[in-house]
Design a protein around this ligand. Structure first.
Ligand code: G
Ligand code: G
Ligand code: MN
Ligand code: NA
Length: 249
């Protein structure tokens, strides 16, 4: 059967799960939060990566419900974490454009008891490409509540700097393709410049896809704020992430 047919009923069949990948504050050496990453446990296909179903869910419109499920689940999980930990949740353009996104966030926070400062929304340039007043207004409203906005996959778009200028952003997440090539002189220069840009703008910079001590070392020397990647920790179950966070608290 077509993937989109199975995907359509997967939410009501409770086939989706969230894993959590830790995010390190490089300066303090402490885990300061995690990113929620969706997985689809399909009875016929096995564990499906979001790379293979998010785009389909966006096309069919399922992403609006699915994203709301992930947001609620992530807030419920984070409400049980130590204070000052932050939960990052990925948000698709279709979710923000659908009416009532801000209301859904407010409701998820209220229901879970998670303070707004404990939630970060990761948006990509596909969200920002829509410069409608409605999208801007929604992001401003959420930020006004204390929710943080992170610009995901930074550097892969064609106008990342333009978006940075027009949208309210608290954090830049440097795409992992840059970190993978950190041993190349030009790439290292770009990464150092983005870190400097973040400092200049008063924006936290997180490096994604950090896999080696050499990469982490270079990022530390460049003044990068946070790191995420297999070196810090692979995406893991909520129970395991909770233990990890409590162990260092
Ligand atoms: O965990 P993995 O590397 O397979 O995730 C691939 C990508 O899928 C992530 O980088 C992210 O952009 C996207 N993704 C994961 N979870 C979610 C989610 O809950 N909502 C949306 N919109 N995208 C997600
Ligand atoms: O939102 P985003 O697309 O950035 O989600 C992060 C994705 O990158 C997840 O799917 C996760 O499984 C993957 N990932 C996380 N850490 C690493 C890493 O160190 N190396 C690689 N290659 N992929 C990673
Ligand atoms: Mn992300
Ligand atoms: Na990313």
């Amino acid at each position: 059967r077509a993937l989109e047919v199975d995907l359509d009923t997967a939410l009501s069949k409770r086939e989706f799960e969230l894993d959590f990948q830790p995010i390190l504050n490089i300066g303090s050496g402490k885990i300061v939060g995690a990113e929620a990453l969706m997985r689809w446990r399909s009875p016929s296909r096995g564990l499906v990566s979001p790379e293979n179903f998010i785009a389909v869910a966006e096309e069919t419109g399922l992403i609006v419900q699915l994203g709301d499920w992930a947001l609620r689940k992530a807030c419920n999980v984070a409400a049980n974490w130590p204070r000052d930990m932050r939960m990052a949740v990925n948000v698709s353009a279709a979710q923000i454009k659908s009416g009532g996104f801000a209301r859904g966030v407010i409701s998820a926070l209220a229901f879970s008891g998670l303070p707004a400062s404990g939630l970060e929304l990761e948006i990509t340039e596909t969200v920002m490409m829509d410069e409608s007043d409605a999208v801007l207004k929604t992001l401003r409203q959420l930020r006004g509540l204390g929710v943080r906005i992170a610009l995901d996959d930074f550097g892969t778009g064609y106008s990342s700097l333009g978006y940075l200028r027009r949208f309210p952003v608290d954090k830049i997440k440097i795409d992992r393709s840059f970190i993978r090539d950190l041993d190349k002189r030009d790439t290292a220069a770009i990464v150092r410049t983005v870190i400097g840009l973040g400092a200049e703008l008063g924006i936290t910079v997180t490096a994604e896809g950090v896999e080696t001590e050499a990469q982490l070392d270079m990022l530390r020397k460049a003044g990068c704020g946070e790191a995420q990647g297999y070196l810090i920790g692979v995406p893991t179950k909520a129970s395991h992430m909770g233990r990890l966070l409590r162990a260092q608290a």
